[in-house]
Design a protein around this ligand. Structure first.
Ligand code: AMP
Length: 295
């Protein structure tokens, strides 16, 4: 399926979105959904293009979800540029849903979707409450959009694991599609937060993708000892003085438990601070998608 997008429609009210969705479903059309926090880049655009291949209509949401930010995080300075986002989506998406915070969380809103133990590791340990915020907003958006298919980026690998768990455990009638991470030519994973990076930070930020490339190289050379794969990432990051790793995870893709022996399915994930900016990246060891192998 790849019908051209109709003229982009901007919707702010949940009731108006529901009315549009009801019309589309009555007409028997398949809906695909891409949730975002806006300040779009080519990674988001790729998600929307993939979404188009799976449905007749594509809905994108732009919502900087306050519930998934902790105290002291970047909620207030998270980059926003709605006009630019709308221009990027024109011709690609059919509806962009841009709700106000109190439209999704009116006074009295109190019920949350609380994940299980897989949310306590890695990103969840670094950002307490983050995944409760993510799953709550994703559940709400799924209920409003009622998509047949929803697209998420591998860039946020633990988010993918937890959304999948929510869909499974709460019997949500949606198929998930995971889209590989889109990168700059030099390997840096695209992120809305890259705009925070100074020129000096931008160069140092390559530590993450270089670390992952080093892990991949070691795996391809036959290394199966998880500690050695871990150390390849650590050593590649250590040569970047402005970068400090928060975690380097070499894990089973389902349990998120650290591995002893790695396999092609193992995920290597890293979170690091580059100056004041916190960045994340990951690879699946056997995927063959090696970040930044230009030479
Ligand atoms: P965000 O706006 O950062 O919340 O991201 C919205 C969606 O885009 C999530 O499913 C992300 O995983 C995905 N995404 C973010 N960056 C990338 C990227 N570089 N490549 C592919 N998908 C991405």
């Amino acid at each position: 399926m790849s019908t051209a997008a109709s003229a982009l429609r901007q919707v702010t009210e949940p009731a108006a979105l529901r009315a549009w969705v009801a019309d589309e479903r009555r007409a028997g059309r398949r809906l695909a959904f891409v949730p975002t926090m806006g300040y779009l880049h080519d990674g988001h655009v790729e998600l929307v293009r993939v979404a188009r291949r799976h449905a007749d209509r594509v809905v994108v949401s732009i919502f900087v979800n306050p519930l998934q930010f902790g105290p002291g995080e970047d909620l207030d300075r998270y980059p926003r540029d709605l006009e630019r986002d709308l221009a990027m989506l024109d011709g690609l998406a059919d509806v962009v849903f841009v709700p106000a915070a109190d439209a999704l969380y009116p006074p009295g809103s109190e019920v949350r979707v609380v994940p299980g133990p897989t949310a306590e590791r890695w990103e969840g340990a670094a950002r307490p409450g983050h995944f409760t915020g993510v799953l709550t907003v994703v559940a709400k958006l799924f209920n409003l959009v009622q998509p047949d298919v929803a697209c998420f980026g591998q860039k946020d690998w633990q988010q993918v694991v937890l959304v999948r768990a929510m869909v499974r455990d709460l019997d949500v009638p949606v198929s998930l599609v995971v889209v590989p991470t889109v990168r700059e030519a030099d390997g840096l994973a695209l992120s809305s937060r890259n705009v925070y990076l100074s020129a000096e930070d931008r160069a140092e930020a390559l530590a993450l993708s270089r670390g992952l490339a080093a892990a991949h190289e070691r795996f391809m050379a036959g290394e199966r000892d998880a500690a050695r794969v871990h150390d390849a990432v650590r050593d590649a990051i250590a040569v970047h003085p402005r970068v400090s790793a928060e975690y380097i995870a070499v894990v089973d893709p389902h349990t998120l438990e650290p591995e002893i022996r790695v396999s092609a399915a193992s995920v290597v994930a890293v979170a690091a601070r580059v100056g004041r900016t916190r960045l994340i990246d990951n690879i699946v060891l056997g995927d063959g998608l090696v970040p930044g192998r230009t030479a």
